[in-house]
Design a protein around this ligand. Sequence first.
Ligand code: HEM
Length: 135
Amino acid sequence: MGGERKVYSLAQVSAHNSRENCWLVIEGKVFDVTKFLEDHPGGDEVLLSATGKDATDDFEDVGHSTSARAMMDEFYVGDIDSSSIPTKTKYTPPKQPHYNQDKTPQFVIKLLQFLVPLLILGLAVGVRFFTKSTA
Ligand code: HEM
């Protein structure tokens, strides 16, 4: 408590990954939660499994209460050297198959679907009219 702010690398923080010595990285800060392991409502296992990495997402995913966040000050020991955290691998969406912007073929098909039955109907009426008139 009251000590000066230290900046740790992820490698340094990662060394504290045991029940006897458990440090976490959350939102750019380093927390020594060793004494909190037994009291953590979520259990000690989750905290131990969140060591050695940026645990911000894990922490946020739980949706910790504001009182949980207020407790964090107690365990704050320093800041993380952000350059020591490997950047997240960005998700690159797979290339989409070429989407046919040109709607012409579809339009022609639609037109034919409309015209062909009309044509057949017209032909049938025509034939009937023709055969009737000659009979
Ligand atoms: C200094 C860091 C942390 C503090 C002070 C803390 C504190 C707390 C507190 C007070 C709760 C009770 C529920 C609430 O008030 O939100 C809780 C629940 C929980 N925490 Fe943490 N936590 C910390 C880090 C983490 C991390 C890194 C993880 C995940 C890897 C985690 C996982 C959980 C889980 C799973 C619960 C149980 C939620 C439930 O059953 O509803 N916590 N924590």
